[in-house]
Design a protein around this ligand. Sequence first.
Ligand code: GDP
Ligand code: MN
Length: 388
Amino acid sequence: MNIHEYQAKSVLREFAVPVPRGIAAFSVEEAVAAAHQLGGPIWVVKAQIHAGGRGKAGGVKVVSSIEAVRSQAARLLGSTLITHQTSPHGKVVRRLLIEEGSAIEREFYLSALVDRARGQVAFVVSTEGGMEIEEVAAREPEKIVSFSIDPATSLMPHHGRRAAALGLGGDRGADLSDVLAKLYEAFVSKDMSLLEINPLVVTKGGQVLCLDAKIAFDDNALYRHADIAALRDLSEEDDKEVEASKYDLNYIALDGSIGCMVNGAGLAMATMDIIKLYGEAPANFLDVGGGATREKVSAAFKIITADPRVKGILVNIFGGIMRCDVIAEGVLAAVKEVGLSVPLVVRLEGTNVELGNQILSASRLNVITATDLDDAAQKIVSAVREPQ
Ligand code: GDP
Ligand code: MN
């Protein structure tokens, strides 16, 4: 789960990480009130969307009057920001962060992420603040240091010295170690999967400050963090994926023509592969899981049929814990509600397969049944290619 920059900064503030003073605003009036409260004389008006690259796209403005805060807020709110991290359609700005301005001496890059190979949290620090870290890694790898943290000993002074060796800190080395330790504590306690501070700056006053903050959390750990889960902004997410997540479905939208409903990630991958083998492409990845209910199957089916790109549906279920009759009932319930305007191929195998097939054939649904995966893939591919 991703959150906005202003939310990320308030999470970091709980851990005493130094961030600029700032107030979120949802309207021009709130932005002006925030500017008054912060006092100036310099303010930064920042568009809040779940994407970086806002600076270059005009979404971050440093201003020196309340009137400028007002006009920038009016310009940004409701506008669509297209950055190199958004899709070409961009994202609508619905929230702003009004911050006090900071006098920047030097900008750095810092991130923390889970290094799966080592089983530890790793930090990546670079002198090239404000740059894309991938570019720096490709062109000037000597400007990046990275180190991972042993959870048994946590952050040690030598980690701070590794970062300070880049010139971040200098006489501020102690300051930096302190910030690193707090960031590490925040990362671990809140089950983050990514924390990116770009830029981390040293101000003219010599203070280390997080000027930007991007945080992603591990979805599987959200149940232990009600405070974090409450920060979710659904308007930033794909509608179909939001709907799927309500039913705990593993759904990812793709851009092919065949909607797939499958149980088990392995079977889902195999189904996608075989559709490609026969010359079409999947419209989605959808794993209904092992113990899906009729409601869950029905929700999955509705999500698939709501996608205008779907020209045909392939249901491929191997009933183990999942029963074939439950799948059949779920499909029927969904079709009754939303109708079925595209060909449907069903391949059921395993527990209660006879009952499942009976339910489908007793309905007046125009279902094409298949005997195995190969048969199913060929049938759905030819069905979407035949003129209806
Ligand atoms: P991003 O482009 O989406 O990553 O947004 P950032 O929060 O990183 O802001 C973009 C750039 O705006 C930063 O790299 C800074 O150079 C600049 N910026 C942000 N806040 C301030 C500030 O308080 N003072 C000054 N002078 N520049 C700022
Ligand atoms: Mn940034």
